[in-house]
Design a protein around this ligand. Structure first.
Ligand code: GLC
Length: 556
């Protein structure tokens, strides 16, 4: 059904700074994106999600928004946004924009007014200002820490403190304030009226804080609500957030064409996350449990089961994601030595990923992901097999998490490097000049689109073929049935180191008429009698068996 397009959609994340630069200033822009949309259509995606392009001091790469109803001159203007939306729609692509409601930039008009106004004023009440502790209020109101490191509180000249769960230039809004809610409803209308098909909601689990701002002395991960220890954190996943999304949903439902809300919520377990996608709330939530699962058959099987079940219970489809602008690209993450599961950056001093192994596994992982029922999110450059830029000299790095953590966190710049389109052009075809806001490594030439288009076996062609086959076999709207070696017609791994007769190293399922099999073990695995291979992430061995770290789609 047209209005439910998102249930099985493949949604491609464009990171505007790094996608395509039309004017040669080294910063990607909206006309650059519009010009390249035909390539994305050609890839076979259904929708694009654009990371923020709004006016911003760019202290957190645009996730510090100073004006929610305009375009930063770095990226163009509102006319360019309109053209982008129109061109995408002409091509049959949907457009999702990023909405950052947890905090504004400190350069936002509201925050300027708050600083100019007195404690207790309505201007301050839009944010979370509090008195400090200690005799002269010189201690922060509580022990909360910023996701980027350091205290989550900053003192202003008159002695009050304001909360910022992220950078000091990202003050948290007070969602208990009706004026804040009205303002965001108006912002939603502004973009809905311009024709956008949905919103990716930044830090969707953070808007409401526990009322008393109770102490919380447990470690909080950078960007994460995925808390390994401690009681439920008072700043994340409070029940009150759901009321906000119900109100937004009501508004979206008054618009035609299936407009959607996607939660970026680092919440676990899966049942808590599924609460964001109940029928009267959001449509989708990113499945970070899948992204974080280790490269093992049992771990992935459990994650897939758990998330499918949790979503089924609320009648939602599941999403799948392996990379985005906040995590190490999966082509590098999956090539790290065991025990180095770094998520938020790899620096030159760190153990380096095995590039070939990482790419091999990344291709296998993607082929598995694209066969799962529900919606899949791709991050720009993964269709080229791009690795993380792990050796970027630190002086180029801009992620505020790096400075705020006292340089203990490398930061997320390595996955944000402008992407290569043409091997022999300046800035690898990112723009008309050599300029690039983050340095591109020389190996980018190998990954450029023009080196991959029409080349059998290239990562680009693998993604294209997979997206086409996914549509043809309706995998996105299917359902899965696990297959175990021992099931009729399915033979067990045929010996060798690491092979178990129990199929522990194999993950296999059927989705409609397609058998999907990933071999995690060292020994090759045979396909069932009569299976016809549709796609493989790497060639099969000489005996037609599935080698290690390979995914196969076969029709049976
Ligand atoms: C989200 C964004 C991330 C940003 C943070 C603060 O996690 O994806 O890039 O730094 O929110 O807005």
């Amino acid at each position: 059904m047209h209005n439910r397009w998102w249930r099985d959609a493949v949604i491609y994340q464009v990171y505007p700074r790094s996608f395509a630069d039309s004017d040669g200033d080294g910063m990607g822009d909206l006309p650059g994106i519009t010009g390249r949309l035909p390539r994305l259509k050609d890839l076979g995606i259904d929708a694009v999600w654009l990371s923020p392009f709004y006016p911003s001091p760019q202290n957190d790469a645009g996730y510090d928004v100073a004006d929610y109803r305009a375009v930063d001159p770095l990226f163009g203007d509102l006319g360019d946004a309109d053209k982008l939306i129109a061109e995408a729609h002409n091509l049959g692509l949907k457009v999702i924009v990023d909405l950052v409601p947890n905090h504004t930039s400190s350069a936002h008009e509201w925050f300027r007014q708050a600083l100019a106004a007195a404690p207790g004023s309505p201007e301050r009440d839009r944010y979370i200002f509090r008195e400090g502790r200690g005799p002269d209020g010189a201690l922060p109101p509580n022990s909360w820490t910023s996701m980027f490191g350091g205290s989550a509180w900053e003192r202003v000249p008159d002695g009050q403190w304001y909360l910022h769960l992220f950078d000091v230039s990202q003050p948290d809004l007070d969602w208990g304030n009706r004026e804040v809610r009205e303002e965001f409803l108006a912002i939603l209308r502004f973009w809905l009226d311009r024709g956008v098909d949905g919103f990716r909601v930044d830090v969707a689990h953070g808007l409401v804080k526990e009322e008393t701002l109770a102490e919380y002395d447990y470690p909080t991960a950078v960007l994460g609500g995925l808390e390994p220890v401690g009681p439920p954190p008072p700043m994340w996943d409070q029940d009150g957030v759901h009321e906000i999304y119900r109100e937004w949903r009501e508004l979206l439902d008054t618009y035609p064409g299936g407009r959607i809300l996607v939660a970026e919520a680092w919440v676990q377990p899966a049942e808590r996350l599924a609460r964001y996608v109940r029928p009267d709330e959001m449509h989708q939530a990113f499945n970070f449990l899948y992204l974080e699962a280790p490269w093992r058959a049992d771990a992935l099987r459990d994650t897939i089961n758990t998330t499918l079940q949790a979503n089924d219970e609320v009648g939602a489809t599941t999403t799948w994601v392996l990379s985005n602008h906040d995590v190490v690209r999966h082509a590098s993450r999956l090539g790290l030595p065991p025990g180095h599961g770094r998520l938020h950056g790899i620096g030159p001093e760190d153990p380096q990923p095995d590039t070939a192994l990482g790419l091999r596994r990344a291709r296998a992982a993607t082929l598995q992901m694209l066969a799962l029922p529900g919606s899949a999110y791709l991050y720009q450059g993964e269709e080229l097999g791009l690795p993380e830029h792990t050796t970027m000299p630190h002086e180029h790095r801009q992620d505020p998490a790096r400075a705020r953590s006292g340089h203990t966190v490398v930061g997320r710049d390595g996955c944000r490097v402008p992407i290569p389109w043409e091997a022999d052009a300046p800035s690898y075809g990112f723009g008309p000049s050599d300029a690039s806001w983050l340095p591109q490594p020389a190996i980018w030439a190998e990954y450029a689109l023009d080196r991959q288009q029409g080349v059998p076996g290239s990562t680009w062609e693998l993604y294209r073929a997979a997206l086409a086959a996914r549509k043809e076999h309706a995998l996105g709207s299917g359902s899965i049935a696990w297959q175990l070696p021992g099931d009729s017609g399915f033979s067990a791994p045929s010996g060798g180191p690491g092979a178990g007769d129990d199929g522990a190293d194999v993950l296999a399922f059927r989705n409609g008429d397609v058998l999907v099999l990933t071999n995690f073990g060292a020994a090759p695995v045979s396909l069932p009698e009569g299976a016809t291979v549709l796609l493989t992430s790497e060639p099969l061995d000489a005996d037609g068996r599935v080698p290690t770290d390979v995914t196969v789609w076969a029709s049976i």
